[in-house]
Design a protein around this ligand. Structure first.
Ligand code: NAP
Length: 304
């Protein structure tokens, strides 16, 4: 009997970890992928992959992408929704088309909106993945958020590192928020926040000067040595991090019941507790409410 065709919708598939995850997924039989990418991106030239325009720095673009995806699906469900795109900037002076600080807008707000718009189309038993980072956690980056500060993040003017950490906390809280929705449980949808861990050789550090990027890459063995005392310094390869993302998305691996946060710890998939703030249901609900407001949605996904 031939395997049923499965549909993947993905952001951040044109480079780094996501490009490897996409290649692993479409190498499986029967997977059709719809990928959102900026016009400037290197489009994936893989069989079974269609690319649609998407710039996450504009909420109108996100709405247009979601509606183009739904048109293409023509009533068929999304089996895997991978929200992996992410950016790290050299400063917080950039603003999105909607006037929000760019890191918060691209990494969090756009993905929150996309998840809300596409959730009704996710298949019963389907999977939603958001790529987060260990840098959401003050135990890893001391300047990572210790309290929710949506107003501060929307209009951030301070450190770019803090803005990145905050946006990755938002990815994690959004995954927790999706997992907590009654319709997610009713439709047996698994929602996972994936931390690929420090991964060299991707485009994420493109805001940094070339020599710094090359030095970081060349120091991989040193980082691996240091990871014996600081596990978060273990440096993964984009292919390994992408392969684990693909396995979490297609159900090859499943987190233990009740766990949303999946993390590569010294290269191995584990389910550690995220930061204290990421475990706070009040922070989760407040971010959900404020994000709904900022994207013009109702609070409940079913009425969005
Ligand atoms: N590398 C690490 O150490 C590390 C650690 C923890 C978490 N992460 C997370 O892993 C994910 C993938 O990052 P990566 O390291 O693989 O970096 P990457 O190679 O730079 O990939 C980032 C992806 O996001 C896309 N993207 C960025 N801005 C976009 C926008 N405005 N609109 C549409 N797409 C946009 C990029 O598209 P273009 O091709 O158009 O640039 C690219 O496909 C990110 O969420 C990142 O935060 C990375």
């Amino acid at each position: 009997m031939s395997e049923r065709h499965r549909t993947l919708v993905m952001t951040g598939a044109t480079s780094g970890i996501g490009a490897h995850a996409l290649a692993h997924l479409v190498a499986r039989p029967g997977i059709r992928a719809l990928v959102g990418a900026r016009p400037s991106s290197t489009r994936p030239s893989l069989e079974g992959v269609d690319t649609l325009p998407l710039d996450l720095s504009s909420l109108n673009d996100v709405r247009a992408f979601a509606s183009a995806v739904l048109d293409r699906l023509d009533g068929k469900p999304i089996d895997m929704l991978i929200l992996n795109a992410g950016a790290q900037f050299g400063n917080t002076s950039g603003r999105s088309a909607d006037g929000f600080e760019l890191t918060f807008a691209v990494n969090h707000l756009a993905h929150y909106l996309l998840a809300r718009l596409l959730l009704p189309a996710v298949a019963e038993g389907g999977r939603i993945l958001l790529t987060t980072s260990g840098t959401h956690d003050p135990r890893v980056i001391p300047s990572a958020p210790k309290r929710l500060d949506v107003d501060g993040w929307v209009h951030a003017t301070g450190s770019a590192t803090s803005a990145y950490s905050a946006s990755k906390l938002c990815n994690l809280l959004t995954a927790e928020g999706i997992a907590a929705l009654p319709e997610t449980t009713q439709r047996r949808i698994t929602c996972i926040a994936y931390n690929p861990g420090l991964t060299g050789g991707t485009g994420l550090s493109r805001a940094f000067p070339g020599p710094i990027r090359q030095t970081i890459r060349a120091l991989r063995p040193v980082f691996i040595l240091l990871s014996r005392v600081r596990p978060e310094l273990y440096m993964n390869t984009p292919d390994h991090a992408g392969e684990i993302l693909a396995q979490l998305a297609d159900g090859t691996v499943t987190p233990p019941a009740g766990r949303v946060y999946a993390s590569l710890v010294r290269g191995k998939l584990a389910y550690p507790a995220p930061s204290q703030l990421a475990q706070d249901p009040a922070a989760r609900d407040e971010l959900w409410r404020r994000s709904a407001e900022l994207t013009g949605l109702a609070i409940h996904a079913s009425t969005g």
